[in-house]
Structure formats: C-alpha cells, structure tokens
Design a protein. Structure first.
Length: 502
C-alpha cells in the first residue's frame, strides 16, 4: 500500500514542479491590476480570470465614483458595449433551435420591410450575413450615435437602411456594422414575438444565472452600484453624464447596450470556455458555441498589438485569432466612458474578463496577455511596453494628421455668403434633418437635438467645434445655398443634405 502512495506523491510533486515560476497568486494579480490603473490613469476596473474552466480570480479595483470615493466591486455594473453582439447571436441561435429562424434563408423572407440600397444584398442577405459584418455597408454609426439625447427609434433606423450607401459589394469584405446587429435583434423580435430585451432576460440572463445584468443602460444607471463614465483631461477626471449617453446606446440595443457586472460576466466567460456548460450542467447548446467560434469572414491582416495580432477572422458575434500559436476568441466593447474585453483561449480553458470605467483600450490587452503568458508558462513579454509604444505611434499619427489639416487652411479666404444665408433646414433621407441657425453672430448646427458651433475655416467650409470634422455649403446656379455636405461616414464621400422648406 505504501509504494502506490509514494508513487502518487511523487507524481503530485512532479506536477507542481511543472507549474510556471510565477505563482499565480491573487496578490500578484492585484499588483498587476493596480499597476495598470496607475500607469494608464483609469479610475476603476473589474477583473476575472478563468483557468482550467474554473474561476480563480474575481476582484474590483479603484473607484466607480471618483467624487464620492466609492469602490469598484464584483457587483458594480458596467457597460459591456459590443460584447452584447454575442448575446444577440445566442438569442437567435435559441430561436433557430425552435425552428423559428433560419440562419441561411434571406432576411426579407423572414421579416417584412427589410431593404438595403444594394438590390443584391436586399435579395440575398441572410441572418448569418447580418452577424458577420459582410453586407457591404460600412459602419454608418452617425445614424444612431453621436451622444444624441433624441436619436431615431430602432424602427426608424431600420426603415432608413434602404437609403444608406454601401462601400463594398455584398460579401466581399468584412466591414464592422452595428446597424446590421440592430437589424438582427429586430429580426429576432419579428420571428418570435418577443422584445429583444425580454429575449436577453429570459433566454440568456436567467439560465446563465446573470442576476444583475440589464439589457439597457437607462435601466442599469438607476442602480446604486453603477460605475460612472469618465474621460481624462490633462489635470483631472471628466464625468460623462449618463443621460447624454443612454438614449443612443439604448437605441442600438442588440449591437451594444447590455450592462453587466464582473460576477455575471465571469459566468458568461466560463460558459463559453466550457462550450455551454456552467457548474457542470449544460445551459447553452454546444453547437451554438462551436458555430460562434468558427470563422465566417476573413479580416485583413493587421499589425496591431494586443489581443488582435496576426491573421484574423470573425465568427458569429466573436473575433477569432491566435495568441502564441493558440486559438484566441474575443470581443471588445466600448461606449461612453466604459470599455470591456472578453478574451479566452478555448483549447487551454483559460480566459480573462475586464471591465473599465474609462476608455483605455490598451489596459484590457495588457491584462489579458500578461496573465495568459504567466498562467500558461509562456515566454514573458512586456505587454505594457508593447502597447505604450503602439499608443505613442497612434498619437503621433493623429498629431501629424491634425498638423496637416491645419496647414491646408486658408485663413484669408472669406465666406462666399453672409452668415445669415447659410441658415436653414437641410435633409438627408437616411441621416435626417440638419438645422443651421445664426445666433449671436455665430452659426450653429443642430442634428437629433444636439447643437454644435460652426467655426469658419475658409470659403464655404466650416469646422464643427474645434475639431477636424467639417461641413461645406454648396451654392446653386442661382447663387443661393442649396445643400450642405457632411462626411458622416469615413468610408464614403460626404453625404448631401439638401435644403428644403424655404
């Protein structure tokens, strides 16, 4: 009896000897988290680590409310942004399992009123196309975003899709698109009779045991333990009011409005790593998870460091790539002052969930990759340095662009009209109405109830505020201002807002 016991003991010692030198203690994870909080000037974050399918770390750091000095906890609610897309996909998978939805049948045959400007995309686009970003439409985020307190309703946006210009042919190129995920959510409603918000609660939050999660920011912001949204000026934290953020985010709902906390999102991470199981019991079908992790659309190679290296593809609501030769699955989420990362190595059963209350995109990458390398005994890399250098390069490129923009200004070139002649209403079929008014000797531009100051740049070109966003007024043959050009989608030429009502 003694000899077998000695063999078992020796085997245990051998296993322990193979563990990486880094002890993987909570204290060391704490030190890493506190370090990135300080180095990257983030008020607060929440961090969970899953190893071998088990939750080994779950902790909040810093402050959810700087003025009141309230700490981040495991229960603090954050926006998860576009990680919501994977929830929407899972909701549609549950409908497919019930025979209510067909992933590869044209959307127009499953939902009335679906129409894109490209007739081929209108006829052929399937639900699978909607959730893999391959309809030919670029982002067109100005349709719903911009911090408007009165954005168009979801159905209004859906009806306006037919007026949006594509930038590529159907199924030719990956182009990230929130509007198609909004459409996917509406499709789920059409085939099930359930509101998207109810679908998330009943089909996902409840079975996954995500008791605190909310489908909308406006709901989550009412909770006491909600993380304030912050930006960072040179000297201090700048609070971003929820009332200015929630309307737009709630509108885009299925693409990015879910709010959750670390405790709930750690369970979600575990379910993905365990291919649908939680606490040893199936809560999601394994084929759903498998399909989401299967490449559907190739993404152009990028040299961006962090969790996006090498050859990339998109599954269904998730990005797919590799980390040091191991399959990596992830999605980020950003809106207002919240940023999140769901990142895991499915074959290693290792994953990280990060929630922040300031948009510092480098922080989740540093945490995820540093912890993966240390936990799995991989070669050490200073991911903080890698991301700092990338951030510095991006900042330098942005500064160069700003200098070039300023260098092309012609300050001596006066407006072609009296300022009062630029006033009026201008309309675009998809982007709605723009109101230009002369107030106290200065022009203002209003869209979706958000008002901007127009600053003269040269000739009939004005900048919006003090940035590089510009509008150009067009003079007709009769000498009167007849249109306003505004480049609201970077992948396309400027949109033409035509004057009306005069």
């Amino acid at each position: 009896m003694l000899i077998p016991m000695l063999r078992i003991l020796r085997a245990c010692v051998a296993v322990l000897a193979c563990l990486p030198a880094w002890a993987q203690t909570s204290q060391e994870i704490d030190a890493l988290a506190h370090s990135v909080l300080k180095d990257w000037q983030v008020p607060g974050l929440a961090l969970a680590v899953v190893r071998d399918g088990s939750l080994v770390h779950e902790q909040g750091y810093g402050l959810r409310n700087v003025a009141a000095k309230l700490p981040v906890t495991k229960e603090t609610l954050f926006g998860i942004g576009s990680i919501s897309k994977s929830f929407t996909v899972l909701g549609l998978w549950s409908l497919q399992a019930e025979g209510k939805l067909d992933w590869d049948k044209p959307v127009r045959d499953q939902m009335a009123g679906f129409r894109l400007k490209d007739p081929v995309a209108t006829d052929r686009a399937t639900p699978r196309d909607l959730v893999t970003h391959r309809t030919g439409l670029p982002r067109h985020d100005a349709m719903w975003g911009g911090g408007s307190t009165v954005p168009p309703a979801r159905q209004q946006i859906f009806q306006r899709l037919r007026y949006l210009e594509p930038s590529r042919d159907f199924r030719v190129e990956f182009q990230y698109n929130n509007l198609m995920f909004l459409t996917a959510g509406l499709l789920g409603e059409a085939v099930s009779g359930e509101k998207w918000e109810a679908m998330m609660q009943q089909r996902l939050f409840a079975p996954l045991g995500m008791r605190s999660s909310k489908a909308l920011m406006s709901e989550a912001a009412k909770e006491v333990n909600y993380a304030q949204h912050y930006d960072r000026s040179k000297a201090d934290w700048s609070l971003l009011p929820v009332e200015n953020l929630a309307p737009s985010l709630d509108t885009i709902g299925p693409a990015g409005s879910i709010q959750s906390n670390l405790r709930d999102m750690a369970r979600y991470l575990q379910a993905h790593i365990a291919r649908g199981k939680l606490d040893g019991k199936p809560v999601l079908e394994e084929r759903f998870i498998s399909a989401m992790q299967t490449p559907q659309m190739v993404i152009a190679s990028t040299a961006t460091p962090g969790p996006y290296p090498g050859d990339l593809s998109y599954g269904m609501g998730l990005f797919l790539g590799h980390h040091r030769g191991r399959k990596a699955v992830w999605h980020t989420g950003t809106y207002g002052g919240h940023h999140a990362l769901l990142w895991y190595l499915p074959e290693e059963q290792f994953g990280v969930m990060v929630l922040l209350n300031r948009v510092a995109r480098e922080v989740p990458a540093i945490l995820a990759l540093t912890l993966a390398d240390r936990f799995l005994g991989l070669p050490a890399t200073d991911w903080g340095k890698v991301n700092r250098e990338a951030s510095d390069r991006a900042r330098a490129a942005l500064d160069k662009t700003r200098r070039e923009f300023e260098s092309t200004r012609r300050p001596a070139a006066k407006p072609g009209h009296a300022l009062s002649e630029y006033s009026g209403s201008f309309q675009h079929a998809a982007y709605g109405t723009v109101e230009v008014a002369l107030e106290a000797g200065a022009l203002t531009l209003k869209r979706n109830q958000r008002i901007h100051t127009l600053t003269h740049r040269h000739y009939d070109v004005f900048t919006i505020g003090d940035g590089q966003d510009t509008v150009r007024f067009v003079t007709g043959i009769n000498g009167e201002v007849e249109a306003l050009l505004w480049k609201l989608e970077p992948a396309l030429e400027a949109m033409v807002f035509r004057r009306y009502g005069d």
